[in-house]
Design a protein around this ligand. Structure first.
Ligand code: C2O
Ligand code: CU
Length: 551
């Protein structure tokens, strides 16, 4: 394998979108930021120089970083911020990932402007498990915020109405809003194709707060990979992709020469109104090369589901299966040592650190809303520093309620802010069942993301999880392997993994408003018996936390 070196300079630059110029923090002057290209198993050193005006960390989303939580990035979980005027070098260690991932800031909401793609090719002398494409490109979906210069304004803007509805000003494809937004059509993303050729498109959902439906007019999509794991090819008219997820798809240019819209818009299980194609739709253009008269308007995809179409989303995600071949096996854990049942809610009202009740939005897992400690959990754990977290997550064995109803005892509506972690022994085999709820009629999907691992999605359903019958229908043969899974609206999803990567690993909803409100927890996976199964030594220059010892 190879070693690569990159410099990331974080700096504010001016960008104009929607007829409006603003300055925002980006990496190396570009939005989205630079692409990292590696082969499976490589190591990348990224020296991040912060020339902005607030502290930032960077996360390598979906990179498992074996035994190396020091370079994982989430602020207050594995490190403190790289402060303005300083730098920190991440050592990003790739292992079994192959396909597409991405990197993004992991402090406040900075990831809105600080993110980019990671492309991981097969090692020399191995091939894609599908016919070699003739070309490829990257499609990053993003959120655009008009009025904002500062990340804290982004949060304010998005949460301004105090409701659970996402409010960015538009969505983007590779930083461009597309033909339906003002002052945008001159810079719409275009993918030029040659008739008869096949292209690999690497899709990344870097949007802040919604899942996305995506389709290309008249062209079917063949999904071949997800979250840097291959899947059995599925042919589909549209895909649904959650924030944090990545998807590799093939398209063949087999239609009459012309131009065709590719379009993305929200799959939003909160909104009950039906929007048609309008300024909430981000577009790009698939354009055939050659000598022909360009049509005045590209054709629109007729197959894009409407924004509230839960059935379409479920039908699509249920089709995803891992390859489960000799070269890409599915090693699903079957001897469970830990099972967790985690109830995901949005809440109104919480109990603060001093035990006082406060009104205000919160989000929780088993009625615990994650509160960041003042020193990162990893440092506190590694240095045996007391008082930064407790190891009693989840805090109550959940009793059974009808989570699909709206009738709840108070104990499930009011959450408590706390810093509680789950500790696992090395190599434990773990199952987590996430249950969505309808508390406050605020039910919706939650894209649940795990750091340091990918997991198998062994089952999923609507309504209440049934511990008697549902496990019997699990797929333990070829379940898809992901790092981010959509917990369906008032439904459940079951995942499994083997705790073979020691470290401190974050788990959270990848809707940033829910992350801000506390829908997250931390897993500490203890060391094995040997140095080769233990956390690596920390690098010498971990950024110091306010007033706490540097490591
Ligand atoms: Cu995409 Cu905690 O991250
Ligand atoms: Cu959520």
């Amino acid at each position: 394998c190879h070693v690569h070196y990159h410099d990331f300079v974080l700096k504010k630059e001016n960008f104009t979108r929607l007829c409006n110029t603003k300055s925002m923090l980006v990496v190396n002057g570009s939005f989205p930021g630079p692409v990292i290209r590696v082969q499976k198993g490589d190591t990348v050193f990224v020296n991040v120089h912060n020339q902005g005006d607030y502290g930032v960390t960077i996360h390598w989303h979906g990179v498992h970083q074996p035994r190396n939580p020091w370079s994982d990035g989430p602020e207050y979980i594995t490190q403190c911020a790289i402060e303005p005027g300083s730098n920190f070098t991440y050592e990003v260690i790739f292992s079994d990932e192959e396909g597409t991932l991405w990197w993004h800031a992991h402090s406040e909401w900075t990831r809105a402007s600080v993110h980019g793609a990671i492309v991981i090719r097969p090692v020399d002398n191995t091939e894609f498990p599908f016919p070699k494409p003739d070309g490829e490109d990257i499609i990053v979906f993003g959120s655009w915020y008009n009025t904002t210069e500062d990340v804290n304004d982004v949060v304010a803007e998005d949460l301004q109405d105090g409701s659970d509805t996402p409010n960015s000003d538009c969505y983007t494809i590779n930083g461009q809003p597309g033909d339906f937004l003002p002052c945008s059509n001159a810079s719409t993303y275009r993918l030029q194709v040659e008739y008869g050729k096949t292209y690999l498109l690497r899709l990344i959902n870097a949007v802040m707060n919604v899942e996305i439906y995506f389709a290309i007019a008249e062209h079917s999509l063949t999904v071949v990979g997800m979250d840097a794991s291959y899947v059995k090819p599925i042919v589909t008219d549209f895909i649904m992709i959650g924030p944090g997820q990545t998807m590799d798809i093939l398209i063949t240019a087999n239609q009459p020469q012309g131009t065709y819209y590719m379009a993305g818009r929200q799959y939003n299980t909160v909104r009950k109104d039906i929007l048609d194609y309008d300024n909430s739709t981000v577009t790009g253009i698939l354009e055939y090369k050659g000598n022909y008269t360009l049509p005045t308007h590209p054709i629109f995809p007729s197959t894009l589901p409407t924004l509230f179409d839960l059935v379409a989303a479920k039908k699509f995600t249920d089709r995803l299966k891992s390859l489960a071949t000799i070269s890409h096996p599915a090693d699903v854990p079957k001897n469970l040592t830990t099972r967790m049942y985690l109830i995901a809610s949005s809440n109104y009202g919480f109990v603060n650190h001093s035990g006082q009740y406060e009104t205000g939005v919160a989000a929780s897992l088993n009625n615990v809303s994650w509160a960041n400690p003042s020193t990162d959990v990893l440092r506190a754990y590694y240095r045996n520093m007391e008082g930064f977290y407790t190891s009693d997550f989840p805090n109550f064995p959940p009793s059974f309620y009808d989570f699909a109803s709206e009738d709840y005892p108070d104990t499930t509506i009011i959450t408590a802010k706390a810093t509680k972690v789950k500790v696992l022994e090395y190599n434990e085999e773990v199952e987590i069942v996430f249950q969505g709820t309808n508390v406050l009629d605020a039910s919706e999907d939650h894209p649940m993301h795990m750091h340091g691992y990918s997991f198998y999605v062994v089952g999923s359903g609507t309504g209440n999880f049934d511990n008697e019958t549902d496990p019997k229908a699990y797929n333990l043969v070829d379940p898809p392997k992901m790092n981010t899974v959509s917990l369906p609206k008032v439904g459940w999803v079951a995942i499994r993994f083997k705790a073979s990567n020691p470290g401190v690993w974050f788990w959270h909803c990848h809707f940033d408003r829910h992350l801000t409100w506390g829908m997250s927890f931390v897993m500490i996976v203890k060391d094995g018996d040997t140095p080769e199964t233990s956390i690596r030594k920390p690098p010498p220059n971990m950024p110091p936390c306010n007033g706490s010892p540097t490591i």
